[in-house]
Design a protein around this ligand. Structure first.
Ligand code: 5GP
Length: 201
């Protein structure tokens, strides 16, 4: 069976990667990876849908049990990707989409070099600040932390396979879907199909 594609959307907080992620999931039917976090749920967030919300103690137990593909401390909270469901989906031929911070993207690429990684870039730093403020979910100190790490993360674009500038959400979503479709047509991702057509094992 053809293996699924692992696609990672990353970039600084406020670049709009969350909105792009949700749209791409809706339009492609790709499998989501639900992360585990120690941060408090925001209003409207549902355990098991947006995140698995866990205490720090529970999180440490999961680390010790080797349950994560990658884990990172982001803004004083832990975030991690549970390993088992991802590989199960890929082995069953499903494409999986991730939304993680820049460090998470790096760890995933190290462990799984076939991951396709897309960096979402805001059109300007001013726009990034407007978006973070507009969200209205962060305290002033959390906003400051997010803004200064965004500056740092903007410099990490070289490690990615693709970059998408998100000044128009619709266009950005279309670009991400185009990237995914092109990756699915790569020769190296179709060898089992090619070999079976050619009668090779
Ligand atoms: P938020 O608290 O706004 O939901 O997410 C904060 C940051 O954590 C975002 O940049 C988001 O992409 C990142 N994040 C969410 N899940 C994961 C994960 O499983 N691993 C890593 N490394 N980062 C994550």
């Amino acid at each position: 069976m053809k293996k699924g594609l692992l696609v990672v959307i990353s970039g600084p907080s406020g670049a709009g990667k969350g909105s792009i992620y949700r749209q791409v999931i809706d339009r492609t039917g790709m499998k989501r990876s639900v992360s585990v976090t120690t941060r408090q749920p925001r209003p409207g967030e549902v355990d098991g849908v947006d995140y698995y919300f866990r205490t720090e103690e529970q999180y440490q137990q999961m680390i010790a049990a080797g349950e994560f593909l990658e884990t990172a401390a982001v803004y004083r909270n832990y975030y991690g990707t549970p390993k088992a469901p991802v590989f199960e989906n890929l082995d069953n031929g499903y494409d999986v989409l991730f939304e993680v911070d820049v460090h998470g993207a790096r760890s995933i690429k190290k462990q799984y070099p076939d991951a396709v990684e897309i960096f979402i870039m805001p059109p300007s730093f001013e726009e990034l600040e407007n978006r973070l403020r507009g969200r209205g979910t962060e305290s002033e100190s959390s906003l400051r932390t997010r803004l200064s790490s965004a500056m740092n993360e903007l410099g990490k674009y070289e490690r990615f396979d693709y970059i998408v500038f998100n000044d128009d959400l619709e266009e950005a979503v279309e670009k991400v879907i185009a990237i995914i479709n092109a990756e699915k047509c790569k020769i190296k991702n179709n060898m089992s199909m090619i070999n079976s057509l050619l009668g090779k094992k």
